[in-house]
Design a protein around this ligand. Sequence first.
Ligand code: GAP
Length: 494
Amino acid sequence: MKTATLEEITNLCIRRGFFFPSGKIYGGLSGFYDYGPLGVELRNEILNSWWNFFVRNREDIVGIHGSILTHPKTWEASGHTESFIDIIVKCTRCSSEFRADHLLEDKGIKITELTIENLRNLIKKHNIKCPICKGELSDPEPFNLMFQTYVGPKKTKANIAYLRPETAQLIFTNFKNIYISMRLKLPFGVAQIGKAFRNEISPRNFLFRVREFEQMEIEYFVNPHKLNDCPLFNEVKDTKINLLTAKLQENSVEKTIEITIEDAYEKGLITTKWHAYWIGKSIEWMLKIGLDATKIRVREHMKNELAHYAIQTFDIEYYFPDMGWKEIEGISNRGDYDLSRHQKFSGKDLTILDNDKKVIPYVIEPSFGLERIILALLTSSYREIDNRKVLSLKPFIAPIKAGVYPLIKKPEFIEKAREVYYLLREKINVFYDESGSIGKRYARADEIGVPLGITIDGETLENNTVTVRFRDTKQQIRIKLDNLWEDIKKILEE
Ligand code: GAP
């Protein structure tokens, strides 16, 4: 069995209609991809699964859907105006721009501290030049990643607004409204799915680093004195994780330790129980949608990489072809940083009552990126089995659930196949295909992950049965047309 490279996945996605580079007919817009017909179906299935798992099937989490263009004070309060920066260097000859840390990492140089001073010294020490024209590089300088625009016709400072760089802040600015309107009690969470925008200096690796992407975030609010009072802990305590602590990394150890969530908490490696719980639940959902457990690790942020708001952060990383271990979700303990700052900047009281005592809750934040989850799913599901290209997505995630095929192009076969197609399309996303040999039709469907093939053949006309072919095994069974939907439903749910 052969697995795919990142380039093969990119080609598949563009060729078969999962994603298209945005604005390609005009030369493309770097860091933007449009979802194609299959991509949008895959997106919807993943988002539905996430929402059901983290919101609908829980009593303690509600959802919101906030604005994309946001009040500039939001970002002053959150610290993004001041601190949401990457460090940029420009080529003095060809004017290309690069993220300074990426240039160094690409040369295999380890960065201990992400400061301008340190990056300047490393660039000098290793005599780093422009990778495009070998020109001299400028002095490193900070670059704010937020996209800025104006609200209304006047382009004045007073009209500046930002495209949100994270969905989280809309939850914090609406915190009191949500708490009061939904009559919530601590601990509780607020979830949101929505677009985020970052003017990345060097977007790359297909969907991995883009400028417009979708986040799926939860802000889980807990009384600061009850961070270890987690009645749901039993759900996750035995989950085994591969953990790379900050301490191991500081000692240049890259090898993870295998440990249960409970032991990681008991040994103080994950400092609060609610944080440990959310790491466990995140992994549970990732496995549910079909990510490969052996490619998941939990990496703690070292002190020098912690975001300005974070007390402790763990990244869930996935092992990607060509890229190695990369973050697909961040889970931070943000303390009361955000609510306290919004309280200060707005002058509004954001305290709430817990057992008659006023508190500003702490927040544990699981923050998933949809595009990275999709890339992880595609890279680990696409494989060659006996010269067949197969995208082995779980049936409930697959963009199309079944293909309907008349074995031969004769009117009586076509008529029956169309009947089956109309029957099923009311229930699931299904397509009809009559062109080419049946082998070619199966192969086209296998490549885009269609779990089932339903073929109308001579026997169908005699005894009202069809063959159902399974994508991964090529196994075929016969099913009575009278029971078709009930049987297919069962198979898809397995
Ligand atoms: N609210 C916290 C937050 O935004 P983050 O680690 O900056 O934290 C969370 O982002 C997730 O968003 C990441 O784990 C990643 O999946 C996704 N993400 C961030 N930047 C991205 C980018 N440029 N392209 C694609 N996904 C991105």
